[in-house]
Design a protein around this ligand. Structure first.
Ligand SMILES: Cc1cc2nc3c(=O)[nH]c(=O)nc-3n(C[C@H](O)[C@H](O)[C@H](O)COP(=O)(O)OP(=O)(O)OC[C@H]3O[C@@H](n4cnc5c(N)ncnc54)[C@H](O)[C@@H]3O)c2cc1C
Length: 458
């Protein structure tokens, strides 16, 4: 059985909520065994011009830009902070991040707080595009930008359903769930910035998942904040430590490889074979040291199981390193991230689908919203591949390519924009445009477009 281009078994389909109407017919109108018929009820209804689902890099940028363009905007974020992978995911590093006004505003605000580090502090006459930041301060930057722009945002609030209007071409209402229960919201325009493409899937849009030939998608990772009482000793293992870098940003010896060797010396086999430490400030680091394979975006049990498993991997790895003493004496985990972060998820069908040929040719488009300048960065899609190479380009040489607005417009719904990693693209193009500099630039353009569209929709 094919649903949205992905194969499901009959059993899996029967266990899904999408099967409920078909099952009711098979069982003479009664819910089938193992199902509960939720009674219908009236929900409190709120209205605005633009609804943004998901408050990550793309979402805050889209919401701020739509609000600054004059729209009344509501933003829903399922975690307890704005920022997505930046904050709930402890990402630590901004890549390809010099493109849009919002990119530059975020950099300025982080710099003013004294928590922005150039990834290459010795850089001379090279444009800075990659930075390390403090995730806790990024939460405040996102909140301040949204508040100042007049975005009404709701934390701990998940978008859980979408209903179309009678024409079937537009989303009319979305439903959220939070501490005050289920609520309904109407808007003229909607923007899916959930990273995972939740709103698009809920509204019945087609999407693709996975790699070429039905292989796994890129792995997910659970990042952590770690600390050391001996910053000088662990400096050689830190990717952005000034003592490791020359003025072209090169390392004499790869800190990631050195760290892997140390982990092996501690008796570990890191599931991400290029474990990465970014210095946020002296003694405090973001640590990315694991890969989680085959995670499905709509499998809550699987996400729970893998989060529990990989959190243990983080803690046990830190303890094993600390036991080595010397360099690692006192090395410890301060906190693991709230969010097990997907590098890839649903790629929603848009009015244009970015593809490998666009990446190789450096495609330009009349409706370009930004240019992706990042390489193709595919992390090993299986544990076996990770042992050989943690990441690579799959043989594709990327040239800077533009992202058209059409790739940020859902194909199956007329009033739905997309921004961030869920826009329309193939596996390879996504491996380049997924980084946060592009997500922010897309959000900024799409937020403006949504505000303009909302102003002319009756
Ligand atoms: C481990 C890892 C390392 C990476 N390394 C880098 C790097 O070094 N530099 C870089 O620039 N990029 C990096 N990336 C890529 C980048 O972080 C993501 O692609 C980027 O976060 C995309 O932004 P986004 O806003 O689309 O998604 P996200 O950051 O995932 O934000 C989506 C937001 O939507 C919320 N949400 C999801 N579903 C719902 C729902 N139903 N209702 C309400 N809210 C919802 C989420 O909680 C989240 O806050 C990395 C990604 C991963 C996973």
């Amino acid at each position: 059985m094919q649903v949205d281009g992905v194969s499901f078994s009959r059993r899996a389909f029967l266990m899904s909520a999408a099967a409920a109407p078909a099952l009711a017919m098979e069982t003479g109108g009664l819910p089938a065994k193992g199902f509960f018929r939720e009674p219908s009820r009236d929900l409190p209804l709120g209205e605005c011009d633009v609804i943004v689902a998901g408050g990550g890099p793309a979402g805050i940028s889209a919401a701020v830009s739509a609000a600054r363009a004059g729209a009344k905007v509501r933003l829903f974020e399922m975690h307890g902070a704005l920022g997505g992978v930046w904050t709930s995911g402890f990402l630590g590093c901004l890549i390809d991040f010099d493109k849009s006004d919002t990119d530059r505003e975020i950099l300025r605000r982080l710099k003013d707080m004294g928590v922005l580090l150039d990834r290459n502090p010795h850089r001379k006459n090279i444009r800075a595009t990659s930075f390390v930041y403090d995730p806790e301060c990024m939460k405040v930057v996102c909140e301040e930008m949204c508040t100042e722009a007049g975005v009404e945002f709701f934390l701990h609030t998940a978008v859980v359903a979408a209903h179309r209007d009678p024409s079937g071409r537009n989303i009319e209402t979305v439903v959220t769930e939070s501490k005050d229960g289920r609520r309904a919201w109407r808007a003229k325009m909607f923007i899916d910035c959930t990273g995972d493409g939740d709103l698009s899937a809920q509204s019945g849009c087609g999407f693709d998942v996975g790699g070429p030939g039905g292989t796994n998608d890129q792995p997910a990772s659970l990042c952590a904040m770690v600390a050391s009482p001996h910053p000088d000793r662990i400096a050689p293992y830190v990717v952005n430590h000034p003592s490791n870098l020359d003025e072209k940003g090169r390392h004499a010896e790869s800190p990631k490889k050195k760290m892997r060797e140390e982990m092996i010396r501690a008796g570990l086999a890191p599931s991400y074979s290029m474990p990465t430490l970014f210095m946020v400030r002296e003694g405090i680091y973001v640590w990315m040291m694991n890969h989680v394979y085959g995670l499905k975006v709509d499998d809550a049990a699987g996400i729970t199981r893998e989060t529990v498993r990989v959190r243990r991997e983080v803690l046990e790895s830190a303890r094993a390193l600390a036991k080595l003493g010397g360099v690692w004496d006192g090395f410890c985990v301060v906190a693991t991230a709230e969010q097990l972060c997907h590098r890839a998820a649903r790629r929603v069908h848009g009015r244009y689908t970015l593809n490998v040929a666009d990446v190789q040719s450096g495609a330009v488009f009349p409706d370009a919203v930004t240019t992706s300048r990042f390489t193709v960065d595919v992390h090993a899609t299986t544990a076996e591949r990770n042992r050989k190479a943690a990441y690579g380009t799959m043989g594709v040489k990327a040239r800077p390519f533009q992202i058209p607005l059409r790739a940020c417009m859902a194909k199956d719904v007329d009033n739905l924009y997309l921004a961030g990693r869920c826009i329309s693209g193939d596996f390879i193009s996504m491996a380049s445009y997924r980084v946060t500099g592009s997500a922010v630039a897309m959000g900024e353009a799409v937020g403006r477009a949504a505000a303009r569209a909302a102003a002319v929709v009756l």
